[in-house]
Ligand binder design. Structure first.
Ligand SMILES: Cc1cc2nc3c(=O)[nH]c(=O)nc-3n(C[C@H](O)[C@H](O)[C@H](O)COP(=O)(O)OP(=O)(O)OC[C@H]3O[C@@H](n4cnc5c(N)ncnc54)[C@H](O)[C@@H]3O)c2cc1C
Length: 294
């Protein structure tokens, strides 16, 4: 049921609710996902009717897109943007790199940099995709990126630069000198696709060199240029929503309507957090808070 209109009444709210005119008929399925899909379709197709409802109080808990309901209750909205999603990016100086790396997962430390200033670090698994990078650590960066930022991947996060240099020098003693024309020299240290891309970067950044000190700098600062967020349709959270300034704390009651109780909770408010259960926890805690303020 949707709130079609809302007016202050002598006690609380007079609402017009747009609701299904009859019980939903959906096909029976064995799995919950298909059942839910059928119910959604049935809900979209069912004839609707308007009913009047008196409410002592209203709690808005509509999730990431509260645009319609905020208009109905005349609440100020901040702009909406999907976050906690993959990042669209290119590998610095190598347009073909992401095609080579597509599907590869690498444990790394990710550093977000803007105008040569380091803004944020995340540790975790990076999944390379043809359009950029994905994975939980990347989702967290997606909350902070801007077009034009740089993400530096350290693909040996457990080794300091000196330790990595020692490891590479020992390899030189065992295998002979490194050459960027022989990516297999890195077999056992890196996935073959990544070795190929690292060697291409090496040749571009240090033409004519075979010095493993330059390999250290590429492996510790593998550079991606950020375009923006990607696959927003599957983003976990929407940034933006009912402005926090329009809500009193700790009650979560809207300041604008003094005589009719109106509360906002969960993702409908302009509050978002990193992955890790914080967004669900906020939805539950703020829902309990709003309900216990009634
Ligand atoms: C794929 C995915 C994975 C996620 N994983 C995590 C995770 O691991 N950890 C975590 O913390 N968070 C996760 N999140 C985010 C988390 O699920 C949300 O932040 C949280 O569910 C928000 O809760 P909510 O009650 O505010 O809104 P929602 O859970 O979105 O519920 C809002 C409900 O209101 C209904 N509705 C919308 N508009 C109206 C209206 N006008 N009238 C009536 N009903 C309306 C919607 O249909 C929906 O049923 C994930 C999200 C997604 C999409």
């Amino acid at each position: 049921a949707y709130v079609a209109s809302a007016h202050k009444a002598s006690e609380g709210w007079a609402l017009q609710i747009d609701r299904p005119a009859r019980a939903l008929k959906a096909k029976k399925h064995d799995d919950r996902k298909s059942e839910l899909r059928s119910l959604r379709k049935a809900l979209a197709d069912v004839p609707r009717k308007n009913v009047a409802l008196q409410a002592h109080a209203v709690i808005i808990a509509t999730g990431g897109n509260p645009t319609g309901i905020a208009d109905t209750f005349r609440l100020p909205l901040t702009s909406l943007r999907p976050i906690l999603c993959p990042v669209s990016a290119t590998v610095f100086g190598d347009r073909a790199a992401l095609k080579t790396l597509d599907g590869l997962r690498v444990r790394a430390r990710l550093t977000l940099a803007r105008n040569h200033n380091e803004l944020w670090h995340e540790d975790g698994e990076v999944l390379f995709r043809t359009f950029g990078i994905s994975g939980v650590a990347v989702f967290n960066l997606s909350r902070r990126i801007q077009h034009g930022d740089t993400i530096l991947l350290d693909v040996f996060p457990d080794l300091s630069k000196d330790e990595l240099l020692d490891t590479l020098n020992r390899r030189v003693e065992l295998l002979g000198g490194f050459s960027p024309r022989d990516p297999r020299w890195l077999d056992g240290m890196l996935a073959p696709q990544l070795s190929r891309v690292v060697c291409t970067a090496f040749e571009q950044c240090h033409p004519g060199s075979n010095d493993v000190i330059h390999l250290v700098s590429i492996l510790k600062h593998f550079k991606l240029l950020v375009k923006g967020t990607a696959e927003e349709r599957s983003a976990q959270v929407t940034r933006g929503g009912v402005s926090v300034e329009s809500i009193s704390t700790p009650s979560l009651r809207a300041r604008s309507v003094v005589d009719a109780p109106l509360y906002v909770c969960g993702e409908a408010l302009d509050i978002d957090a990193d992955c890790g259960g914080f967004n669900l926890a906020w939805a539950w805690i703020s829902g309990i808070r709003a309900a216990s303020s009634l």
